[in-house]
Design a protein around this ligand. Structure first.
Ligand code: SF4
Length: 471
């Protein structure tokens, strides 16, 4: 197992970032003498040779898209190397453990799983030694489970974090760039915390982390930033689920970043509630190089926000927008416009809100098409408000089906999804796409079409990353 490539860590999709979810376990494994190989199938072809050499193939599935790709990768890996042990780890592995273990996985590890992955490698090594050095028989791992329980609970223990190991990963050039005033520059990504202390009902994090989050020591975060800046990054995304879960830590990290690398800009994600609670610190974040802040606004309907237990209202969002702008940075809201409780009027109201608050250029059009995802384990499954709309679990697609009570919203969701996919392909101007979506929504409501909005083609847009997907 300690030979080069005896373990293969596979990333499938990490929002267009160079995958931290394999770079970190790689560092944990290297610290114990393993020499894992890495593969990121979002930017590299499937590598049969690497798979053939591996005795343990660990697939990282931090999000839904990654899981869908990861299952296909694991099936290919099993075909190429029938005796390897296949493990899944990451948020969506835990949520779908039962299905994965019954189909394609020998092990599933969840939560703070990096050290558990090292332990798994050790267990496999020991089992092989006990068997007198003979290779594993096909299916042996699955039947024996290597002493692991079939669907382990997420691990919520504080880890001793090493600096992520990125040397084997593809160049940052292959990943999302930051767009600053129309200039594309290399971007890196780090995490200063993992997990989240909140319990929003639609989010996949609470079922795994149960309201807990873990702080990564400042020197580790700084070292990870440094190695990506040395590789060419001029901008860093803090990929924490919510950077302001630990506001003192966040500020200390941002101060240290700016003190050492003053030209490097950054962005982070924070909930509306945090932006308001820490509004007094927003100016300093901007002065330290914060180019923009992403916030999961989700809706401008207070009814929908209450069903999601988001902890903010429409009025709060307006206030947060004002505070972020006053501090001299940009806010990029993300939305979940299609939920069972959002009416067609709500949808049109959302578009009006975006226009009225001059947010058209701050929102990636895909955001107007996002439909509520209810994965296994979701807190929404316990919500009485969700029950009337809930259908069966679509096991191999990893979500519960739900139907909107208004068929016009079902049709609109499909039409908007097709429109934004085609617009992204054609690299259409955001205002043109916005106008087309508004026409669709007005037509669905039987309203008279409105005149198109215009924005100057050469205008300066708020900074953004070139990868708009987020789940
Ligand atoms: S939506 Fe954001 S704030 Fe809410 S639980 Fe998820 S990560 Fe935390």
């Amino acid at each position: 197992m300690k030979e080069p490539g005896g373990i293969l860590l596979v990333a499938c999709y990490e929002l267009g970032h160079q995958p931290l979810a394999v770079a970190w376990p790689a560092a944990f494994l290297e610290r114990r003498g393993y020499r894992p190989a890495l593969l990121d199938v979002s930017v590299e072809p499937f590598d049969s040779e690497k798979v053939r050499r591996a005795r343990l193939v660990a697939v990282s599935v931090p999000m839904h898209t990654a899981l869908r790709l990861g299952v296909a990768v694991a099936e290919r890996a099993r075909a190429v190397n029938p005796t390897c042990h296949i493990a899944f780890y990451g948020l969506y592995a835990t949520l779908n453990a039962e299905y994965l273990l019954s189909r394609v996985a020998d092990s599933v590890l969840g939560g703070e799983a990096d050290e558990a992955l090292v332990e798994l490698a050790r267990n496999l090594e020991r089992a092989r030694d006990d068997a007198g050095g003979r290779g594993q028989a096909p299916g042996e791992c699955r039947s024996e489970q290597r002493g692991l329980p079939p669907a382990p609970r997420p691990i919520l223990a504080k880890l001793d974090f090493p600096v992520p190991s990125r040397t084997q990963l593809p160049s940052l050039k292959k990943y999302a760039h930051v767009d600053k005033d129309g200039r594309l520059e290399l971007a890196g990504s780090v995490e200063a915390t993992r997990g989240c202390k909140h319990l929003c009902r639609h989010c996949p994090i609470p079922p795994v982390y149960g309201g807990r989050f873990f702080v990564v020591p400042r020197h580790v975060v700084l070292a990870d930033i440094r190695q990506q800046v040395e590789a060419g990054a001029s901008h860093i995304t803090f990929g924490d689920p919510d950077f302001l879960n630990g506001p003192g830590h966040a500020l200390a990290v941002a101060r240290a970043l700016h003190a050492e690398l003053p030209s490097v800009t950054f962005d982070f994600t924070a909930k509306v509630e945090h932006l308001l609670r820490h509004r007094g610190r927003l100016r300093e974040f901007a002065d330290l190089g914060c180019a923009f802040i992403v916030t999961a606004a989700e809706s401008v309907s207070d009814t929908v926000l209450a069903h999601l237990a988001k902890g903010h209202t429409r009025a709060d969002l307006i206030e947060a927008l004002r505070a972020v702008r006053a501090a001299g940075t940009a806010l990029r809201p993300t939305w979940v416009p299609f939920t069972p409780w959002a009416t067609l009027d709500d949808y049109r109201e959302l578009l009006d809100f975006v226009e009225a608050h001059e947010l058209i250029d701050a929102i990636d059009p895909v955001q107007y098409s996002i439909r509520l995802l209810v994965p296994p384990g979701s807190l929404l499954l316990e919500s009485g408000a969700m029950r009337p709309f809930l259908g069966p679990l679509v096991q191999d697609a990893f979500y519960y089906r739900w139907i909107h009570p208004d068929p016009r919203m079902e049709r609109l969701a499909g039409d908007v999804a097709a429109l934004v996919a085609q617009a992204a392909e054609a690299r259409e101007d955001t205002v043109t796409t916005f106008n087309r979506i508004r026409h669709l929504a007005d037509a669905a409501a039987g309203a008279r079409p409105r005149a198109d909005l215009t924005l100057p083609p050469g205008r300066t847009r708020p900074p953004r990353l070139t990868e708009p997907w987020f789940c």
